[in-house]
Every structure is written in structure tokens, then in C-alpha cells.
Write a protein that binds this ligand. Structure first.
Ligand SMILES: Nc1ncnc2c1ncn2[C@@H]1O[C@H](COP(=O)(O)OP(=O)(O)O)[C@@H](O)[C@H]1O
Ligand SMILES: [Mg+2]
Length: 338
């Protein structure tokens, strides 16, 4: 089948997306597909003359042209490639317009099938606060939160005062709508509240504050409504931050996680509920914290989970007896059935 793979993009997670793209590219080739791979931000091909996927920018591409956060540029890119002839678009983008429903709606309008969640589920999952409201409506436990809209530094005192009134330390300040722990801070005392707000608003003026849940970090991948085995993440850093996520050796992974079966089942059922409540399709990954009292809290749903060789969903799939190629094949099949 003729497949168009999208990777890169213009979000803060573009480097990771290129790594996911490289791994998915190889899998699609192994599966016998004819693969065209492009970076929708800038529109250049990601396949070199040697037929290999390029994770670095090719020399003829002007780096400034790939920074444009402009959906019109992306649709121009689509028109310029022969994506119209592709039977399926495989999305390996993370964050930004690739994960928030924008590209999904463009593909809907073009009438082309694509992998993963549709526009609405993507947009919901990208908004952590809306996702959490849906969690509450389904009885899915999630850390207590408050949302703030920041316009300028003049808002700092009021926001900080409200946070101090409503939360104890430590607490978490994070952008409501981005990923990879970028702009997230664990705040341990009052002098660090405003710096945390500033770190967050560099990413987004839409601030989410949560109670900090101490405990183990677990994730459940769900493919087409079926939960895969749990994976535990043991970051060497205090949080599962950007470095811990993407640097080899900065986290240990335990797959399958050593969690009592009744608890693992509960978390898997909860992950499937989370998949369903946002209306997801294909593969998602649901992040949890498990407290020492064996209470689990759902943090978020990732509708385009990492697909690098270090990533969690492929690790969970492996425990379930699926190779990386098998997982990609399932994602493709699920999209073709839509
Ligand atoms: N309320 C919380 N309590 C404890 N740790 C948290 C909390 N929120 C986030 N974290 C930590 O930060 C990481 C990233 O948070 P998450 O909400 O999953 O956002 P992202 O989209 O950046 O992955 C989590 O994996 C966890 O290590
Ligand atoms: Mg997460």
C-alpha cells in the first residue's frame, strides 16, 4: 500500500517525532508498504537518496523554513506532495498541530485515512483540564487541579495567592496543553511559585496546577480499546522529565511492571475507560501515578505516544508478544478499518 508518513513538525517535541518517524518508517518498509515520508513543517522529504530515513535536516533545507508554526504552510506542503495518492497517512508527529487535532481535521477534509485518534479525541486529550473533567465524569481518579489563564506578569500575584490558598507543597505547575514535561515544575516552597508560573507560560499561558501525588510512575498502552501490560518507569531524575524521557540510561523501565494483579487489572480497566471517554482510536498511552496506599491517579492520555526504540508503548507491546512491526501493523489495520 502507498503510505505517507508525517514526522518532525514544529512543536517542542519535533526531535522525538523524527525518532518515532525513523522507527515507524523501517517498520512500514518491513511490512511491505511503499513509504513517502515528509516533514509537514517545511515540506521536505525525510528520505535520503539512499532510501534511508533522515533524522537530521537535509543540507538543502533552510532551517528557518521548518520553524513556521503555520497550518497554511502545512496544507501547502500537502498539496505539493503526492499525498493525495496515498491510501493512508501515518502520523508520527508529537505535540502541537500534529497531535492536537489540527492535522487530523485537515486530513478529514481531504478525505484521506490516517492512523490514530480523530480530530475531536486529539483536541480533548491535548487539553489536560478537559480530559480531567471527563475523567471525573467517568469516576476515573485524577489529581485535584486548578486552571489559570495568564496574560502578563501583572497576573502573577493573584495566581500565586490562589495557588497558595488551594494547594499544599509540593505541587505541580504545568502547561495545560503540551507534553514531554516541557514547562513543568514540581514546586516545593513559596518562593518558587512565580518562577514555576513563568517557566510554564513560556510554553503556554494556559496553566494547570495539580496536587503532587508521590508514588510510582506507571503507564498503560491501549490499542483499539485493549489494554497492554503495565510498564513502570523509574526515572533517575526526580520527575519523569524531558531528559529522563529521551536520554538512554536516564530511566529504568520495568516491563511488565511488578504490580499486584488486581491492581494492574484495575489500572488497565481505567485506561480503557479513559480511551473510551475521550473517543480515541488506534494506539494511546495513559499515564498514572500509583501512591504507596495503592491508589492510582490518571494524569493524562497521550494520543500519539512515542514510537522510538526507547518508547513505552512498543515495550508494552513486546511483553504482550508483539514486535515493533506487529504494533505498527495493528495501528495501520485499525486506521484502514475506520
Ligand atoms: N500531579 C502530579 N503528581 C506527581 N507527579 C506528576 C504530577 N503531574 C505530573 N507529574 C510528573 O510529571 C510527568 C509529566 O506529567 P504529565 O501530566 O504526564 O505531562 P506530559 O504531557 O508532559 O507527559 C509525569 O510523568 C510525572 O513524573
Ligand atoms: Mg505524560
Amino acid at each position: 500500500m502507498k503510505v505517507l508518513l508525517l514526522a518532525g513538525g514544529d512543536s517542542s517535541e519535533k526531535e522525538v517525532s523524527l525518532r518515532s518517524g525513523a522507527a515507524i518508517y523501517d517498520a512500514l518498509k518491513h511490512l511491505g508498504h511503499e513509504v513517502l515520508a515528509i516533514n509537514p513543517s517545511g515540506g521536505h522529504s525525510l528520505v535520503g537518496a539512499d532510501g534511508k530515513f533522515m533524522t537530521a535536516l537535509p543540507p538543502h533545507v533552510n532551517p528557518t523554513s521548518v520553524q513556521i508554526a503555520d497550518t497554511r504552510a502545512i496544507s501547502t506542503t500537502f498539496k505539493a506532495t503526492d499525498f493525495g495518492k496515498a491510501e493512508l497517512v501515518v502520523i508520527a508527529l508529537h505535540g502541537g498541530s500534529g497531535e492536537n487535532g489540527t492535522i487530523q481535521s485537515l486530513l478529514d477534509l481531504s478525505g484521506v485515512k490516517y492512523t490514530g485518534s480523530g480530530m475531536a479525541a486529539s483536541a480533548i486529550a491535548m487539553d489536560k483540564a478537559i480530559t480531567k473533567r471527563l475523567f471525573v465524569s467517568e469516576g476515573i481518579p485524577t489529581p485535584r487541579w486548578e486552571q489559570y489563564r495568564w496574560k502578563s506578569e501583572a497576573d502573577d500575584p493573584a495566581i500565586a495567592a490562589d495557588i497558595l490558598r488551594k494547594f499544599d507543597f509540593p505541587l505541580i505547575v504545568k502547561p495545560n496543553n503540551s507534553g514531554s514535561t516541557v514547562g513543568l515544575t514540581k514546586v516545593k516552597d513559596e518562593p518558587n511559585v512565580i518562577p514555576a508560573i513563568h517557566a510554564c507560560v513560556k510554553e503556554s499561558p494556559d496553566i494547570l496546577v495539580e496536587e503532587f501525588i508521590p508514588g510510582r510512575e506507571l503507564t498503560v498502552s491501549v490499542i483499539e480499546g485493549e489494554a497492554l501490560p503495565l510498564v513502570e518507569i523509574v526515572p533517575k531524575n526526580e520527575l519523569y522529565d524531558y531528559e529522563a524521557k529521551y536520554t538512554k540510561g536516564m530511566s529504568n523501565y520495568i516491563a511488565p511492571a511488578e504490580v499486584e494483579p488486581w491492581l494492574a487489572r484495575g489500572m488497565q480497566e481505567t485506561a480503557v475507560k479513559a480511551f473510551n471517554v475521550i473517543g480515541a482510536s488506534g494506539l494511546v498511552r495513559v499515564d498514572f501515578i500509583l501512591s504507596p496506599e495503592n491508589e492510582y491517579y490518571c494524569l493524562e492520555v497521550n494520543t500519539l505516544p512515542g514510537m522510538t526504540n526507547l518508547s513505552l508503548a512498543p515495550m508494552a507491546a513486546k511483553v504482550a508478544g508483539m514486535t515493533f512491526d506487529d504494533l505498527v501493523a495493528r495501528i495501520v489495520d485499525s486506521a484502514m478499518r475506520k
